[in-house]
Write a protein that binds this ligand. Structure first.
Ligand SMILES: [Zn+2]
Length: 319
């Protein structure tokens, strides 16, 4: 964290269930319900909009007495007394101040969010191999973790050259099958330095993940991840009877359980802003505290889609 008009903080989270953040569109794809991906790398991710949307809902849920008003979704979302409005616009409101609101409601001006999220990217991805489960990562992933302050400068210990098609790991075995990709182990050491390992352990990354890291070249990382996603078949449920709809089978993909994600957030100090002509008095710590309290709800109520089918629970390791 750095102090100033804003505070930026990196987070690590581990999925307790498969995570499905759908694209919401049916197109020609490997499955009926595909998940959101980063266009440039084709890597699945949890987009910042899903992070912000679910945290906004959970912060509202936490203050249920204040926000338990009829909302449009499955969670309370309105804080306004006036049933014709969605936002109370009060200077101490955890929803209005932290998450902002759009312009135009009864002619009122909008207010910017005091927290900005970035997409959650896969940091360590579990793959079943002939020597048991391993977690794959890549040089670019580790570099990104250094940038967001999750790893110290000397945290990565990458020995693989950029053009090598091999693996780097201290997991024993000369070759490893990552799904259908069979690769040679070229460097028999962990992709993390001792200080990198210690830092992540201190942030709550399970030892088994850190002991079984496998570094994959950047150009193969997307392929390894995409060929090891969970794909399940399910039946559509009739919302009225609760029974399955005849012949309504569909397939969907999800990021598997025990994937470690990295994401960051930038928090602004409300005292630098005015709301409705009034200077705000809440401090940046209040913003962080409420947002991280919302993150605790991911552990029980989940993020993304299919949460009623045992998907979506995620634990933030360093909140
Ligand atoms: Zn409000």
């Amino acid at each position: 964290m750095n102090q100033g008009p804003y505070v930026s903080k990196g987070y690590l989270a581990i999925s307790l269930d498969p995570i499905h953040v759908g694209t919401g569109e049916q197109k020609m794809a490997r499955v009926d319900k595909s998940i959101v991906r980063e266009p440039s790398t084709d890597l699945p991710k949890v987009p910042a909009t899903s992070i912000a949307g679910s945290l906004r809902a959970y912060v509202g849920l936490h203050y249920a007495d204040r926000f338990m008003r009829e909302g449009a979704g499955r969670l309370p979302s309105n804080c306004a007394e006036d049933p014709g409005m969605r936002f109370c616009m009060k200077p101490d409101c955890p929803i209005c101040v932290i998450f902002g609101f759009p312009e135009g409601e009864k002619g009122k001006r909008g207010f910017m969010s005091m927290v900005q999220f970035f997409d959650a990217h896969i940091a360590f991805f579990p793959v079943r191999t002939m020597v048991g489960p391993v977690w794959v990562t890549s040089p670019a992933v580790l570099g990104g973790m250094v940038e967001s302050g999750l790893l110290p400068e000397d945290g990565p210990a990458v020995e693989l050259g950029p053009d090598e098609n091999g693996l780097q790991t201290d997991v024993k075995g000369g070759k490893l099958n990552l799904g259908w990709v069979l690769l040679d182990v070229r460097a028999g050491s962990s992709p993390l330095s001792e200080s990198g390992r210690r830092g992540l352990k201190g942030m709550g990354v399970p030892g088994v993940v850190l002991d079984r890291l496998v570094l994959v070249p950047d150009k193969l990382f997307g392929q390894v991840v995409n060929s090891n996603l969970e794909v399940r078949t399910s039946t559509a449920i009739d919302p009225f009877t609760g029974s399955s709809l005849e012949g309504a089978l569909f397939t969907y993909e999800a990021i598997p359980r025990s994937t470690v994600f990295a994401f960051s957030a930038i928090y602004k100090d409300p005292r630098n802003f005015q709301l409705g002509g009034q200077k705000l008095t809440k401090e940046v710590g209040w913003v962080v505290e409420n947002v991280e309290m919302g993150m605790k709800y991911w552990e029980f109520l989940g993020i993304g889609g299919m949460v009623t089918r045992g998907m979506g629970r995620m634990r933030v390791l360093n909140a």
